[in-house]
Design a protein around this ligand. Sequence first.
Ligand code: SAH
Ligand code: SF4
Ligand code: F3S
Length: 447
Amino acid sequence: MADGSTGGAGRLRLHVKTYGCQMNVYDSERMAAALAPLGYESADAADDADVVLLNTCHIREKAAEKVYSEIGRLKALKAARPGMVIGVAGCVAQAEGAEMLDRAPAIDLVVGPQAYHRLPAMLARVARGERPVEADFPAEDKFDHLPEDARPRRAPAAFLTVQEGCDKFCAFCVVPYTRGAEVSRPVARILAEAEALVARGVREITLLGQNVNAYHGADGGRELGLAGLVRRLAAIDGLERIRYTTSHPNDMRDDLIAAHAEVAKLMPYLHLPVQAGSDRVLRAMNRKHTAEDYLRLVERIRAARPDIALSGDFIVGFPGETEADFQATLDLVGAVGYAHAYSFKYSPRPGTPAAARAQVPEAEKADRLARLQARLAASQAAFQAATVGRVLPVLVEKPGRMPGQVAGRSPYLQAVHFAGEPALIGSIVPVRIVEAGNNSLAGEVAL
Ligand code: SAH
Ligand code: SF4
Ligand code: F3S
């Protein structure tokens, strides 16, 4: 953070606005780190920034549309501040590339997720009056060129990208097109980055990947899977908690399930999207698993780690989904008992196979989404309520909303707040849960 001591005349200000998934959150930090050597420091608002980067998401239509409305707002700022640079990064940049320059003349540069290491050179081109676009898939690994995050961290919990891209091609999804083919980072690089994070006070690392459990990174002459990587990370002193997200059911191998039973630092929380409960819909989605496969998998995971909290993603109104198909989704939700979930109306994405199919009417989608969300909310409330009375180890991350409070996360990724001093930030404190809300828990230190 800029604290005054580092500020000086002539400093340049960078504002990065992040949309979409945690991968983008992580990439935004890396972009800031890549531009720090050029004298850019982070600005919390676009108003007084010299460079504004929108790190965008293309997953649903609404997400993509947000970008253009934000550019409309920035255009007004730019009119008052000539020389301000507006850049578009992320998955919309990757999907639309140079077209964005035509649609929004205020944009100065367009950079896809694989080209962030070229940002310094791109800004130099903007200064020469060009409008550079980098939205191809280079053979090189962007991580070889991006500096590790060199900025001080406030939070004791950090993300670390271990895998990027996806080869699964679910019929609804843009990720294989915007993030490219699946690539895993080498083990040594990940361990070095994790050690650097821990040296800076990080206690919890969430390993990121669009298909994180498909991880297969080079380790000397061999390859290591995610289970092996988790075990290697668990050996780092001072690293207390490990999580990973997002997983595909078909990549949930036995050794990873076993790690949930055996590695104490691996937290009992798993985001395992299923999307739908009807086998007909799952087949049309190209998910390559049935509802029964998923339920059996959940059983095996729970056998290894009985208290594991499960989270999921759901799509309603996928082309061809009938009321009976939708009921199968509700049945699956009832059978699993999710601690948490995201659910969406199907949004046709240009270039994906399902976009060309006959669509479910909007009103039908909205009705199913409301019913599904009511069911998921009840499931989440039950999970939250079941923790009342228990003592949970909470990693304290930040001051709470009220003075004299701190806030952190339970092993199950629940937000927990309790009375405590800011000095507790970074430590793991036993907290007795006294009250459960839908999105957070209240507790008191149990000593
Ligand atoms: N790689 C992860 C996340 C993919 S995107 C995974 O495989 O789970 C996150 C979620 O967005 C998906 O799980 C899916 O539920 C949702 N999603 C993706 N494309 C969508 C679309 N076209 N319409 C609605 N929801 C979509
Ligand atoms: Fe998209 Fe499917 Fe890949 Fe997930 S597994 S990123 S939903 S294509
Ligand atoms: Fe969105 Fe791209 Fe992530 S489309 S969900 S920002 S991978």
